[in-house]
Design a protein around this ligand. Structure first.
Ligand code: GRF
Length: 196
């Protein structure tokens, strides 16, 4: 059973889906979410994690240098023997301080095609551009902003979506299923980049 940490900054709906899949779905028997870590004390996802009985920690990033924050985060994760770090709405760019410790083992989900749009507000971008289709991207994390190698992408049909809320709702619905499936393939070392 591989031990994963899920890093969040807010709502944590992807985190909830991953925990659920690890308990009863495609990740069952493959991995366990041993800890949820937030860089913000007010992250709603912390409450959700405790409802699942998953330990959570908060290492606040505010007013800390990146080096100090990441050093503290590594120290806290070490106590849980974490092997994989799954970012799910974690709103901090990680530097080599953290990434060299978990080299190749940090994964992120981005609500757009990372080739076309990096950074925040992926759904706002898709809505503004009037896209009929957008892509959710799961990628390895490197020191850049959404520049790591793409593991897999899934399309979101946006035809007829006439509000930003609708775009987000359709996208999140795909994210919640897709992320766990990709994590499953990565952990089974079966994953090559694919579009579905
Ligand atoms: C998701 O859209 C994810 O793709 C992006 O941030 C959002 C997090 O949502 N990285 P949640 O916290 O998982 O609900």
């Amino acid at each position: 059973m591989q031990k994963i940490a899920v890093l969040i900054s807010g709502r944590g709906s992807n985190m909830g889906a991953i925990i659920q899949q690890s308990l009863t779905g495609c990740l069952k028997g493959l991995c366990r979410v041993v800890v949820v870590a937030s860089n913000r004390l007010d992250a709603e996802g912390l409450t959700l994690a405790s409802r699942y009985g998953v330990p959570s920690i908060c290492v606040e990033s505010k007013d800390k240098s990146r080096k100090a924050f990441e050093g503290e985060l590594i120290a806290r994760l070490l106590a849980f023997d974490v092997e994989w770090v799954i970012l799910a709405g974690f709103m901090r760019v990680l530097t080599s301080t953290f990434l060299s410790h978990y080299r190749g083992k940090v994964i992120n989900i981005h609500p757009a095609d990372t080739v076309q749009h990096q950074g925040i507000d992926g759904y706002e971008w898709a809505y503004r551009e009037g896209l009929e289709k957008t892509y959710i991207t799961v990628h390895k994390v490197d020191e850049g902003v959404d520049t790591g190698s793409i593991i897999a992408q899934a399309p979101v049909d946006l035809k007829g979506a006439n509000s930003l809320a609708e775009v987000k709702q359709r996208g999140l619905c795909v994210e919640h299923k897709f992320y766990s499936r990709v994590i499953e393939q990565v952990l089974r070392e079966e994953c090559v980049a694919f579009l579905e």
